[in-house]
Design a protein around this ligand. Sequence first.
Ligand SMILES: Nc1ncnc2c1ncn2[C@@H]1O[C@H](COP(=O)(O)OP(=O)(O)OP(=O)(O)O)[C@@H](O)[C@H]1O
Ligand SMILES: O=C(O)C1=C[C@@H](O)[C@@H](O)[C@H](O)C1
Ligand SMILES: [Mg+2]
Length: 192
Amino acid sequence: MIHPEEAERLQGVNLYLIGMMASGKSTLGVELAAQLGFQFFDTDVLVEQVAGCPIPDLFAKQGEAYFRDLETQVLAQLSSYTRLVIATGGGIVLRPQNWSYLHHGLTIWLDAAPALIWQRLLRDPDQRPLLQTPDPEATLHRFMQQRQPFYAQADVRVSIPSEISPPQLAEQVWQAIRTRLREGIPSKLNTC
Ligand SMILES: Nc1ncnc2c1ncn2[C@@H]1O[C@H](COP(=O)(O)OP(=O)(O)OP(=O)(O)O)[C@@H](O)[C@H]1O
Ligand SMILES: O=C(O)C1=C[C@@H](O)[C@@H](O)[C@H](O)C1
Ligand SMILES: [Mg+2]
């Protein structure tokens, strides 16, 4: 568990969880927010609330560009608050404009192994509209390659080679954040 005094090291700066679909952002986000005493938000859930329909329907009816516009609007609004843990959609890193919001906080890349992601997606095949292709595994690998340089812009990277419980992952992520804070991120945190 993260001690409340430890959490104050963040000075209220938001944590943005980024990474591929099914890397575990939404699952970890709930755990991390509870331990830090921060509020949790999920951009995918907020987009669904704004649109009034599930993401697969939104993609089918309005197209990806419309979804991306709503995603940017939701991210912009969240970024004006503090003390949040935010699980983002897997493709949020693609728009340069989104980085102007992500850079308000600390970005954490959940770098889950491709095999782990694929196993998880097999359990839940209909939820990811971008993988409704003749060869979804090949599509997934292509996305991973294309997006890797964008995820790599994160302040903190946590490798996830195999299944790990959310509390254990939260501990690992917190240690990685502490290490990064010790190195100093002056533009985001007061140093005096
Ligand atoms: N640490 C974990 N231990 C066990 N199962 C997990 C863990 N993290 C995620 N999962 C499972 O993997 C699946 C995907 O997780 P999750 O929805 O958190 O990923 P995500 O990164 O938010 O994906 P998306 O980008 O599509 O929103 C879910 O079925 C979830 O229950
Ligand atoms: O990887 C992606 O581009 C996506 C991931 C999901 O979280 C959703 O945001 C949506 O299905 C698109
Ligand atoms: Mg999610």
